[in-house]
Design a protein. Structure first.
Length: 185
């Protein structure tokens, strides 16, 4: 069974404050390209922790790709119980939609938030359960993905583990590609 973890920035880290922000479209296009490749290479499960932003957008993309890849599955392993309880109502509803579409949902810690070690434990489990990590992370723009990204690089030193990184340069290429498609030559 081939499992890939997916993570990246939270919306506010990208300056995205609405679900219909044009940036989300381009990020989803970049994710679709990578996920399609992974599915062609045999990925069976996509694993996320359910954080808003790249992880949930990747889940949306996977739901769309299920028409072509009906065996693709989504697992959501949250770091702790009720991670969404302090989110805005709109974000909670969106998150519930993602969970409803998932094939497997569980929490690494069976308690509500207690401390940052719950995030470290979640990251460790994602690495142990996955063949690789697809991450939207640009090292020149630190943010929440840096923790899992750095753990993955350390993990890779002693394990067969693949890391596929999307950077802001990769996103810029997607934007240019999409804009070229819209240009009437």
């Amino acid at each position: 069974m081939t499992v890939w973890a997916v993570t990246g920035y939270k919306p506010y880290e990208l300056g995205v404050f609405k679900r219909d922000d044009p940036a989300v479209l381009y990020i989803k296009k970049a994710l679709e390209k990578e996920l399609r490749t992974l599915l062609e290479e045999g990925m069976e499960w996509m694993l996320i922790s359910g954080q808003l932003g790249v992880e949930c957008w990747a889940a949306e993309v996977l739901f769309e790709l299920k028409e072509e890849y009906p065996d693709a599955k989504l697992a959501v392993l949250t770091p702790f119980l009720n991670q969404q309880e302090n989110w805005k109502e709109e974000n909670q509803a969106y998150y519930e939609e993602i969970l409803a579409g998932a094939d497997f949902v569980d929490s690494v810690s069976k308690q509500p938030y207690k401390g940052p070690e719950q995030f470290r434990n979640k990251n460790q489990l994602l690495l142990q359960k996955s063949a690789g990590l697809l991450v939207l992370y640009d090292e020149e723009n630190t943010g929440s993905p840096q923790y899992l990204f750095n753990m993955a690089r350390s993990f890779q030193e002693n394990h067969s583990f693949d890391i596929r990184q999307l950077t802001f340069y990769d996103l810029q290429l997607v934007v240019e590609e999409e804009q070229l498609k819209q240009t009437d030559w």
